[in-house]
Design a protein around this ligand. Structure first.
Ligand code: FES
Length: 575
């Protein structure tokens, strides 16, 4: 370790090391806990930002894991301080955790700024917690290491593995079609979530944890360790040890997060067939880090990196299988000629050094580049008069026949309108229709909920239809699948062209050509635009009003305008 700091250079020294009235107060209140100066003097103070809560099953173990991190911090000669932060349980928080990602990012940044801390360990994993914690840590700029919560164990139903989300949607359609009994449905409810930890398909949680590792923000191999595996607390303690050295080395996120590190993250995202949500989060993180990243970069990289992880929803297996196959180090070693191996990681080593010697143990789980899981790309960015600033799709999780399609729109004004209509037995709909959902974007949802995998109309489900083309300004759960075109920007709520679609309009999609087109004349669209009226704001006051006033569109990463950028903020005055 190369020490770049002396104890008196530590940020916490301003709180604890001075001989003035305020420092007296700070020290005396540490003594109030029962600590003595030997506990803190000359040591890095490490903030452990913990997103544990009683209502987040994905983070149920993080209360205990914080103790493992503390153990490591103490071993390495640091002083650990656990700070609770908003938990964002994807499964419970309504209307959408996306409404609160920036809230947690802001909370993380300000917790780190306002307290006497020299470094941070970030404990998260459930969907939005990863980008939020990282965005806050980037903006604060202290040395920080990310500790992923890890996936839960495989689900199990009568000996068949069950995947979070993906199998819920699958068996729900079978139940709607009358193929599953109530008793069987109840058995699935008992078997699909068997331990603490995040969703165990390649949903948003697993994708974002892997991206954090690919960017160099976790210890090598951390992201795929199952939450219930004894390797997990060992990794937590190792992270606690490592952050203390990182403080002395002054290894900040800015030294790790180069444009090449973001490219590595996108390449890994594509190889995993990762969640479309990651696109929004990566753009937001890049803008915080001062790295220019637009949607086109995802499309370019998607064309050069095949899906090689055979994990649902793009593949067949689950995160536990991925860990046994060698995890992310093995996957990155398999695609190493595509990665920038000189990128620095929080381990102090380059990415190339951290994956040296990694092997694939199970070939059906991690494929070679020349034998991918899908011939389709993981992500396609489409553009056209319906989405002037772009929209995204996951071709690898779609039925091939829909990748080039023209059909009449069946348009819904909002979620409730859609939910009412979709169950009607007399709905005028065919498998060739294109389902369109409006007002589900960042401002309209509000919070851009995961409504983008619109249900197949009941009448068609009963007839055996399992995929249709669907277009919305919403997001989609990373556990979802199907021919869903998402993140249409600008959104309909602010007058994007999606607002002008009417039932019966023809919509054309050509995924290979990266094109989406509303076949309505410019004159007719201009007439509809003149008649369009902006909806009432969603919130009269409160956080929601602030959210609505400052949230960016999907192609901008949905950050708040006042949180973006890399402009430095002065340290707090201590008087
Ligand atoms: Fe927490 Fe899926 S609900 S990761």
């Amino acid at each position: 370790m190369t020490r770049k700091k002396r104890p008196e250079d530590l940020r916490s020294h301003r709180w604890l090391g001075m001989q003035d009235l305020r420092a007296f107060g700070h020290r005396s209140r540490l003594r109030q806990f029962g600590y003595d100066s030997v506990d803190w003097a000359g040591k890095p103070l490490i903030g452990i930002i913990n997103t544990w809560s009683d209502i987040n099953p994905c983070h149920a173990h993080l209360r205990a894991r914080a103790e493992d991190v503390k153990r490591g911090v103490l071993q390495a000669g640091g002083f650990p301080i656990e700070l609770p932060a908003m938990s964002l349980a994807e499964i419970y928080v309504k209307p959408s955790t996306m409404l609160y990602r920036n809230f947690l990012a802001m909370e993380t940044e300000e917790l780190l700024r306002s307290h006497p801390l020299d470094g941070a360990v970030l404990l998260g994993g459930c969907d939005k917690t990863t980008p939020a914690l990282i965005m806050g840590a980037i903006s604060m700029g202290l040395p920080a290491i990310y500790v992923p919560a890890g996936p839960m164990l495989r689900g199990n139903w009568r000996g068949t593995p069950l995947g979070s989300g993906s199998d819920v949607w699958k068996y729900w359609d079978e139940k709607r079609a009358g193929n599953i009994t109530e008793e069987q449905w109840s058995e699935i409810e008992n078997g699909i979530a068997r331990s603490f930890g995040t969703c165990m398909v390649m949903g948003t949680a697993a994708t974002m944890m892997a991206i954090a590792e690919a960017m160099g923000l976790t210890l090598p191999g951390a992201s795929a360790i199952p939450a219930a595996d004894a390797n997990h607390p060992r990794m937590c303690a190792a992270a606690g040890r490592r952050i203390v050295d990182m403080v002395w080395e002054d290894l900040t996120p800015a030294r790790v997060l180069s444009a090449a590190a973001f490219d590595n993250a996108i390449k890994v995202h594509m190889a995993l067939g990762g969640s479309t949500n990651a696109i929004i989060h990566l753009v937001a993180m890049a803008r915080r880090a001062g790295v220019a990243l637009g949607l086109q970069r995802f499309d370019e990289i998607s064309r050069m990196v095949p899906v090689i992880a055979n994990i649902r929803p793009s593949g067949k297996l689950l995160m536990e299988d991925f860990f046994y196959a060698g995890g992310l180090r093995a996957l990155m070693a398999e695609m190493k000629e595509l990665l920038e191996l000189s990128c620095l990681t929080v381990s102090g080593e380059t990415l190339g050094e951290t994956i040296a010697g990694a092997e694939v143990y199970l070939r059906d789980v991690i494929r070679p580049l020349n034998d991918p899981v899908s011939s389709e790309n993981a992500t396609a960015v489409l553009q056209g008069n319906l989405a002037p600033r772009g929209c995204v799709m996951k071709p690898s999780a779609a039925e091939k026949r829909l990748l080039r399609h023209r059909g009449p729109a069946l348009a819904f004004d909002d979620y409730n309108h859609m939910a009412r209509e979709i169950e009607r037995d007399d709905l005028d709909v065919t498998p060739d229709h294109v389902l369109v959902l409006k007002n589900a974007g960042p401002k309209g949802g509000p919070g851009m909920p995961e409504w983008g995998m619109l249900p197949i109309p009941k009448k068609l489900v009963k007839a055996g239809v399992r995929d249709m083309l669907r277009v919305s300004d919403a997001r989609m759960s990373g556990t979802s699948y199907g021919s869903c075109i998402l993140h249409v920007a600008p959104e309909s709520f602010v007058g994007g062209p999606l607002a002008l679609v009417q039932t019966g309009d023809e919509i054309e999609v050509d995924v290979a050509g990266r094109r989406i087109h509303l076949a309505v004349s410019d004159e007719e669209l201009a007439r509809r635009r003149a008649a369009w009226r902006a909806p009432e704001p969603r919130y009269p006051r409160g956080y929601g009003a602030m959210f609505s006033a400052h949230i960016g569109q999907a192609d901008e990463g949905c950050d708040f305008d006042f949180l973006e950028g890399a402009a430095p903020i002065a340290e707090p005055e201590i008087h």
